[in-house]
Design a protein around this ligand. Structure first.
Ligand SMILES: Nc1nc2c(ncn2[C@@H]2O[C@H](COP(=O)(O)OP(=O)(O)O)[C@@H](O)[C@H]2O)c(=O)[nH]1
Ligand SMILES: [Mg+2]
Length: 329
């Protein structure tokens, strides 16, 4: 335990190798991770966490880079987490990201951490929350999390953020995909990046019509009828703005930063920020408790008996509810 304390203190004082080691320990999970997590928990809750999600190639990393430079100019420290679920589709993206971020990477006020998954996706989402808390605890003021918006895990990770930015770009044909994945519904701010490219106006138009949907609507996509939900409604008092940016040149970045600040102020003034924090920590508590309880059940009941119950279920000798009753006995 004392060496964990020393590791944490050294990371808080700005030692990057200590911080890297601390994050690796957290990612590994297990007892050490739990101890570390407990150690740093009292120091969390200060950072503003910004989630940036969208399809591969939409310009997330480039925009993140531009935002980072702008925050640094204002003297704020920035922690960056790039989450890349291991898929052949995005497999090459991390290296590209690293190269692109080189201009901020030498800055002591910036720390970049890449996360890839080998284990379960749920495990990735959980580890990402631990990493966010750790960067918060060692004092980073802005924490930006980049995820490839493709599925539930990205939605889970994005929801760990205070402010969620969903990026689209023309020419990717991903708008419909984003709607299907429910990613627009979690957007606090929508960005059409690559506004210098042909088709940006069309992409903007699609998003604007999505935003104005107050009811689910049916559209045709590849000749098939598809029901789409509107983006998160303004019933909570916030209508997600749609901005246009050219991440490469920095055009629109200051407007984006203003929108982020407006959202941050809205979160605090409306009480929505507090409500989100409460919901998030309650969900995390429930998830962790479920996991621990299940591990305990498996341990006490034993694998053999568990397999026996599954066999009985398959043979329809017992039903699920009865099986659970037996496990809990
Ligand atoms: N024309 C144009 N290209 C951009 C813009 N932003 C990013 N790019 C380029 O688009 C490619 C993908 O960008 P990247 O940031 O890696 O996208 P990510 O996969 O979403 O992180 C790179 O070649 C960028 O240089 C932009 O605003 N306009
Ligand atoms: Mg990227």
């Amino acid at each position: 335990m004392p060496d964990l304390q020393a590791l944490f203190e050294s990371a808080r004082e700005g030692d990057r190798r200590s911080l890297a080691r601390l994050l690796s320990q957290l990612e590994e999970g297990g007892e050490t991770a739990a101890q570390l997590s407990a150690l740093l928990f009292p120091y969390t809750g200060n950072a503003h966490v910004i989630g940036i999600t969208g399809p591969p190639g939409s310009g997330k990393s480039t925009l993140l880079n531009a935002l980072t430079r702008a925050y640094r100019e204002r003297g704020e420290t920035v922690g960056i987490i790039a989450v890349d679920p291991s898929s052949p589709f995005t497999g090459g993206a991390l290296l590209g990201d690293r190269i692109r971020m080189q201009d901020v990477a030498g800055d002591p006020g910036v720390f970049i951490r890449s996360m890839a998954t080998r284990g379960s996706l749920g495990g990735l989402a959980r580890a990402a929350r631990e990493i966010i808390r750790a960067l918060d605890a060692v004092g980073f003021q802005r924490i930006m999390v980049e995820t490839v918006g493709a599925g539930q895990v990205e939605v889970d990770i994005a929801q760990a953020a205070d402010t969620v930015i969903v990026i689209q770009a023309p020419g990717l044909g991903d708008e419909i995909q984003a709607i299907k994945a429910g990613i627009l519904e979690i957007a606090d701010i929508l960005v059409v990046n690559k506004a210098d490219r042909e088709g940006a106006a069309a992409t903007l138009h699609i998003l604007q019509s999505m935003l104005s949907l107050s009811q689910p609507a049916v559209i045709r996509h590849h000749g098939q009828a598809m029901t789409i939900q509107g983006v998160k409604s303004s019933r909570e008092g916030w209508t997600p703005p749609i901005l246009q940016t050219v991440a490469l040149s920095g055009r629109g970045v200051s407007e984006l930063m203003e929108a982020i600040e407006r959202h941050r102020a809205y979160l605090e003034e409306s009480g929505e920020g507090e409500a989100r924090r409460r919901r998030r920590i309650a969900e995390e508590l429930a998830a962790l408790a479920r996991e621990r309880l299940w591990a305990r059940v498996v341990h006490q009941v034993g694998r053999a008996r568990l397999d026996g119950l599954v066999d009985q279920l398959l043979r329809r000798e017992i039903d699920l509810h009865t099986a659970v009753e037996r496990l809990l006995e």
